[in-house]
Design a protein around this ligand. Structure first.
Ligand SMILES: Cc1cc2nc3c(=O)[nH]c(=O)nc-3n(C[C@H](O)[C@H](O)[C@H](O)COP(=O)(O)OP(=O)(O)OC[C@H]3O[C@@H](n4cnc5c(N)ncnc54)[C@H](O)[C@@H]3O)c2cc1C
Length: 421
């Protein structure tokens, strides 16, 4: 099966693994639907702990958000550490602060060739009004021993090469990777540990069969397992309608330029940190493979790539780096991010032996790897606690209207961004 994503990542990617399709009546201790970072990291942990595991995906590993993202390995979740302490407790803050460490350690332990580097993350602000929030965020992590620093207007401009920023902070725990190669490498590591990864047929039904879970597949095969994990995130479909209805699958749109000439390469992101900004509908950018400058942003919530969304990101790129105006845009692609109403990741256990994790709100590279690993450890031994308590699945009201809601929300957030100084 080939990589079927027309993105920058698929161009210089490792070849996909040669994986079989599901066949006949298969059995395992744990069955996992979804071969993205969540499902694969759980599979790796489970297989490494001696469990028999089958991973199922309609497509090759990394077909979903995991193979298309910006490759920014950013620790934390959308709320700041003091808030995480209040909502979940200190152990969860500790987990959230270490998700990048966990991801980079996983890559090192399994020797995954995915161009991973720890060059840090700069969260810049183009709004003076957001600087106090950045100061609080950096201070709260600093107090917990994290390698972070507040950046002045001049420092953030020098480190990014862009004059649009008013200030920012640097998080030295963060880094970058080639996401599709990471997904392929995770799949390879899971397979080496003993996981059986089956691709090419969608899971169409998930039902109780005695004390087991039975998953039927589109090609007539089936899998029976004592425990199940649903790791379909922004690509959740009719398999578990309540889960799909609890998430808003937002579009994230990315462009990548032709390789930067040497003169720009020395000015733009000279330290190779990854960057995002504090706006509600902001941009994220980094230098990618072949020294191409990549930028992404939330766009309109349609299923097909919209020219207007790509034009907006390209406009943002040129506003951030006017000297790139003459560089051709060589790649543009999109993927689905799973958003939740409370901006927090959700972990559910709708029935005993069935776990679901989704809703990383665009911060899932490190979080899904660390959470998948934690879910795997928890299923091996229930005494190992999960970092997030199980919550009920709460379908969003009139979910079928989500493209309308979400587009209105984007406009509303853009308006609030625009009204701030
Ligand atoms: C364009 C873009 C840029 C992003 N940039 C960043 C970033 O820079 N940093 C960051 O931290 N996060 C980023 N994210 C978010 C991050 O990529 C995700 O949070 C993370 O990859 C989620 O992984 P996952 O395994 O949970 O889901 P996914 O990778 O989406 O995997 C879900 C899988 O489930 C499969 N599936 C669904 N239904 C079925 C079924 N019925 N049967 C079989 N298989 C099924 C799909 O084929 C898919 O492979 C970005 C996301 C996008 C889309």
């Amino acid at each position: 099966m080939s990589h079927t994503i027309p993105s920058l990542w698929a161009a210089p990617a490792r070849p996909p693994l040669d994986l079989p399709a599901p066949e006949g009546e298969m059995r395992a201790e744990v069955a996992i639907v979804g071969a993205g970072f969540t499902g694969l990291s759980a599979a790796l942990r489970l297989a490494g702990g001696g469990a028999s595991v089958i991973v199922l995906d309609t497509h090759a590993p990394g077909f979903g958000a995991s193979g298309r993202n910006g490759g920014q390995i950013i620790p934390g979740i959308k709320i700041d550490p003091d808030g995480i302490d209040r909502v979940y407790g200190e152990a969860t803050t500790d987990f959230a602060g270490k998700t990048a460490d966990t991801t980079l350690a996983l890559i090192e332990a399994h020797d995954i060739d995915c161009d991973a580097h720890r060059d840090g993350w700069i969260q810049g602000s183009v709004k003076k009004a957001h600087l106090a929030q950045i100061e609080r965020r950096a201070e709260q992590w600093r107090k917990r021993g994290a390698n972070v620093a507040l950046l002045s207007r001049e420092e953030v401009r020098a480190r990014t090469g862009s004059a649009i920023f008013e200030g920012g902070w640097f998080d030295g725990r963060a880094g970058r990777l080639h996401p599709l190669n990471y997904a392929t490498g995770l799949a390879e590591a899971a397979r080496t540990a003993g996981a059986d990864i089956r691709v090419g047929a969608a899971a169409t039904q998930l039902a109780r069969q005695g004390r087991d879970w039975r998953i039927d597949l589109a090609n007539g095969a089936s899998v029976t397992a004592g425990q199940g994990i649903v790791a379909t995130n922004g690509y959740s479909g009719p398999l578990f309608p309540e889960l799909r209805a609890s998430l808003v699958p937002a579009g994230s749109f990315q462009v990548a330029t032709a390789p930067l000439p040497e003169v720009l390469l020395s000015r733009i992101l000279p330290g190779r940190s990854v960057v995002s900004d504090t706006r509600r509908v902001g941009n994220y950018f980094r230098i990618g493979p072949e020294n191409r400058l990549m930028m992404g942003a939330r766009g309109t919530f349609t299923d097909t790539p919209a020219d207007t969304a790509f034009a907006r990101v390209t406009g943002d790129l040129h506003a951030t780096f006017p000297e790139t105006r003459d560089l051709p845009i060589a790649y543009r692609w999109t993927g689905r991010v799973a958003m939740t109403a409370d901006h927090l990741p959700h972990v559910h256990q709708p029935l005993p032996g069935l776990v679901m994790a989704a809703g990383y709100n665009g911060r899932g590279v490190a979080l899904s790897s660390a959470l998948g690993t934690a879910i795997g450890a928890h299923l091996l031994d229930a005494a190992r606690p999960l970092p997030f308590r199980f919550t009920d699945i709460r379908p969003l009201p009139v979910h079928a209207l989500h493209p309308v809601y979400a587009t209105l929300a984007i406009w509303y957030y853009r308006l609030r961004d625009a009204l701030e100084s």
